[in-house]
Design a binder for this molecule. Structure first.
Ligand SMILES: NC(=O)c1ccc[n+]([C@@H]2O[C@H](COP(=O)([O-])OP(=O)(O)OC[C@H]3O[C@@H](n4cnc5c(N)ncnc54)[C@H](O)[C@@H]3O)[C@@H](O)[C@H]2O)c1
Length: 389
């Protein structure tokens, strides 16, 4: 395939970050878009110069000029949309999380394999240059044998134009029973993916404590990860700090990634937010400390590069980057965190085939209103604290 003709499915909040990478790729044509809100679709298509707009996925899938689709619809629709696209013989890129149950995720992988189409689940963090470099540093052996991974996420307040422009509709399905969980099932899915991808090791057991937080937050949360290799452990931490300001052009979340090895460590000090006045990447190896400042660290670049990788993979005819099986394991890890906390025991993620939710999920409207009042927020998403879904 010389040029890749892409159809975008779902033009909600995240499309602003996801679509530009397709629009600007020299060998990609965004030929069509579809959304069940046709006015929104028409307005977006006009601004991006996309010729065709459809009001249903079926109509877009019937278009022979579409080779591949980028699925940006709410997570609870991913299974239905990916399977339909596969049956229509379209190559598929789909946003994380892959699905709301492991069984659905497996059905999606099978449908794409049976149809002979490419399927990847977009994890933009894999294309964030500091994290990509971090993984290379680990694989190179510069820090020795990795022994400890730590990923901290804190969500606070931000004032980005992007956050203020978030459409409240995009939060409704995240807060109700259509999602099996809240923030840990949404934004933290990226960090679960990184816990697997950075060190290239399976997690064989999880011990976690998840507390009920305000709104859809599940914080504080701490999870201990036991990897397949005995001498490697991981720790994930999530906090909600509604009174803390996080400078960001996007979501009000701050991340800190650390992998300690026998000879040194490597840090990535940001992702969406810029809370610390620290270099994006720091590597300590033996007696040498390297601060890497001349590295592209804009969050939006990770989305552009993710889109580009999908197009490049299709053009090259090689398996597209990011095997969907990894997204299935990431989903199992997310459910293992809930299961371990619910049952107060270590959980092997590979045993989980359905879905798991926290006991309080979903919250009632009254509970959510109490949270809104307690946080002093107006009940519009524009006033909600930053969430990097
Ligand atoms: N990589 C990231 O950092 C990141 C960030 C945010 C969201 N996401 C993921 O992207 C997906 C979308 O999130 P969002 O925040 O943009 O949600 P959203 O609700 O803002 O947007 C979804 C869009 O899909 C449209 N839609 C709904 N049903 C449809 C259908 N049947 N056919 C066509 N269009 C339909 C809606 O009208 C809406 O415009 C989710 O899976 C989310 O987890 C990823």
């Amino acid at each position: 395939m010389d040029r890749v003709r892409v159809g975008i499915v779902g033009l909600g909040n995240i499309s602003e970050l996801n679509v530009p990478g397709y629009l600007e790729h020299p060998y990609c044509d965004v030929v069509a878009m579809c959304d069940t809100r046709p006015e929104r679709a028409r307005a977006v298509a006009r601004s991006w110069g996309v010729p065709k707009v459809y009001g249903s996925l079926d109509d877009l899938l019937a278009d022979d000029e579409v080779d591949a689709v980028e699925i940006l619809t709410p997570t609870y629709l991913h299974a239905e949309h990916v399977i339909s696209a596969a049956r229509a013989k379209k190559h598929v890129s789909c946003q994380k999380p892959i699905a709301t149950t492991v069984a659905d995720a497996r059905a999606m992988v099978s449908a794409c394999a049976e149809a002979g189409v490419a399927f990847r689940v977009t994890e933009n963090c894999c294309y964030y240059p500091p994290l990509e470099r971090m993984r290379e540093v680990i694989a190179s052996g510069v820090i020795g044998t990795p022994t400890l991974l730590r990923i901290k996420t804190v969500v606070g307040e931000t004032e980005s134009a992007f956050q203020s422009a978030q459409d409240p509709e995009g939060y409704v399905w995240r807060f109700d029973a259509r999602s099996p969980g809240g923030h840990l099932f949404d934004d933290v899915m990226h960090k679960y993916a990184m816990a697997l991808w950075l060190v290239g090791e399976e997690v064989r057991s999880v011990q976690a404590i998840v507390r009920k937080g305000r709104l859809f937050f599940e914080a504080p949360m701490v999870a201990l990860l036991e990897y397949g290799r005995d001498d490697l452990l991981g720790m994930m931490e999530v906090a909600h700090a509604p009174g803390m300001f996080i400078e960001s052009d996007w979501f009000g979340a701050d991340e800190f990634f650390e992998v300690q090895g026998t000879d040194g460590f490597v840090w990535v000090t940001r992702l969406s937010g810029r809370l610390h006045d620290l270099p994006p990447l720091v590597v300590v190896s033996g007696r040498t400390r390297t601060e890497v400042r001349d590295i592209e660290d804009r969050y939006e670049v990770s989305f552009r590069r993710a889109a580009g990788a999908f197009v490049d993979g299709l053009r090259a005819g090689t398996p597209v980057d990011l095997a969907p099986e990894t997204a299935v394991r990431t989903l199992q890890l997310a459910f293992a965190v809930y299961e371990s906390s619910n049952e107060r025991r270590p959980v092997d993620p590979s045993e989980l085939e359905g879905s798991v939710s926290p006991p309080w999920w979903p919250k009632t409207t009254d509970e959510l209103m109490d949270d809104v009042m307690a946080l002093g927020l107006m009940p519009e998403a524009s006033a909600l604290p930053g969430t990097d879904g």
